[in-house]
Design a protein. Structure first.
Length: 294
C-alpha cells in the first residue's frame, strides 16, 4: 500500500484504483483483538476529481457498484465490506473486515508483537480508546482490548482546500489535477529481478529475468537491453508486451500479458499475478515475485 497516513485518508488505497480521487480529511481506525476485526471510518470525503460533487465522483460510483476489486494487500482479510453514509452533500464511508493472524495488520501499517500493537505516529495522529503508550515515533496499544486512533490531514496540506466544516472543498483551480501520485510510480525507475521465497525471505534468482520501468512513458527494459511496451490499467493491472525476438526462457514468454500487481514498498518486492481474464484471477495462475535490486 502507500504511506501509512494516506492509507486511511484515501478509500482508493483499499481498491484497485490507479489514482484515487476521494479524500477524507479525517479517519478513525478501530481494531478489536478479541473479535479480530478492523474498521476504518473515513469522514467528510472530498472529491479531487473535476467532478466536485462527491456523489458523482468516479471512485465512489465504482466502489459502490462493486466494479473494482480490493487490492491484493487485503487478500488475507475476510468479510470485507464498505458502507456509506450521506448527509446532504457530504459523504462518509466505513470499511470493515476480519483478520485471522495479527501480523496481517502490517498491510495497514499496524505492527504486532506478542505484548503490543504499534503504529508510527506524527502530530496529526492520536489515540482515542484503549490502553496506549507513546514511545518516540511509535504509539503502542495493549493486545487484550479494542483500541482506536484518529488520523488527520496535515494542516499544511489543508492549504489546497477552502471553506471549513461541512463546507470544506478543494480549491476550484486544483480540481481535476492529481493530488496524489499513481500507485505505478512506486515501481518506476527501479530494477526488479525474479525472486523466490526462501525461509520466508525474498531472495533474488541469479539467473532470473529482470526488468526496469521508465519514469515517464510506457517503455520498460527487460534484462537490461530489450525494450518492451509496459502500461498500467486503471484498476491496478499492468500489461507487458514483448517483441517476438525475446528468448522463450523469459518469464513472460513472447506475447503480451496482463498482470495484477501489488508492491511492498518496505521490502521493494513486486508481486505479479497473471490474468487470463482482466476481471479476476484464474486459480491456476502463477504468482511471480520480483525483488528490487540496486
Amino acid at each position: 500500500m502507500i504511506e501509512i497516513k494516506l492509507i486511511f485518508l484515501l478509500i482508493g488505497s483499499f481498491f484497485m484504483l490507479e489514482q484515487p480521487s476521494l479524500f477524507a480529511p479525517k479517519a478513525v481506525v478501530t481494531v478489536d483483538p478479541i473479535k479480530k476485526t478492523v474498521q476504518i471510518d473515513q469522514v467528510g470525503m472530498i472529491s479531487t476529481d473535476m467532478e466536485s460533487d462527491v456523489l458523482k465522483n468516479p471512485d465512489y460510483l465504482k466502489i459502490k457498484d462493486k466494479e473494482v476489486k480490493w487490492v491484493a494487500e487485503t487478500d488475507a482479510f475476510s468479510n470485507k465490506e464498505v458502507s456509506w453514509s450521506v448527509e446532504g452533500n457530504k459523504l462518509s464511508s466505513s470499511i470493515r473486515m476480519n483478520y485471522t493472524d495479527e501480523h496481517d495488520l502490517w498491510a495497514m501499517g499496524i505492527f504486532y508483537e506478542e505484548s503490543k500493537f504499534s503504529i508510527i505516529t506524527d502530530q496529526n495522529m492520536k489515540a482515542l480508546k484503549g490502553k496506549s503508550k507513546q514511545e518516540g515515533d511509535y504509539l503502542h496499544f495493549a493486545v487484550n482490548e479494542p483500541f482506536s486512533f484518529e488520523v488527520n490531514m496535515d494542516p499544511k496540506g489543508m492549504e489546497i482546500f477552502e471553506g471549513n466544516g461541512a463546507d470544506l472543498r478543494l480549491k476550484e483551480n486544483l480540481r481535476g489535477f492529481p493530488l496524489f501520485g499513481k500507485k505505478s510510480n512506486e515501481i518506476r525507475e527501479q530494477t526488479f529481478q525474479r525472486a523466490e521465497i526462501i525461509n520466508e525471505v525474498f531472495e533474488t534468482m541469479d539467473a532470473g529475468p529482470s526488468f526496469s520501468v521508465n519514469r515517464v512513458g510506457n517503455k520498460a527494459l527487460v534484462n537490461g537491453d530489450v525494450e518492451a511496451e509496459f502500461d498500467f490499467k486503471d484498476n491496478n493491472i499492468l500489461r507487458i508486451k514483448l517483441s517476438k525476438d525475446i528468448p522463450n526462457f523469459l518469464i513472460w514468454g513472447i506475447s503480451g500479458k496482463l498482470y495484477r500487481y501489488s508492491f511492498d514498498s518496505a521490502h521493494r518486492v513486486l508481486t505479479l499475478n497473471q490474468l487470463d481474464d482482466p476481471k479476476g484471477l484464474n486459480k491456476k495462475d502463477m504468482v511471480l515475485y520480483f525483488k528490487g535490486i540496486e
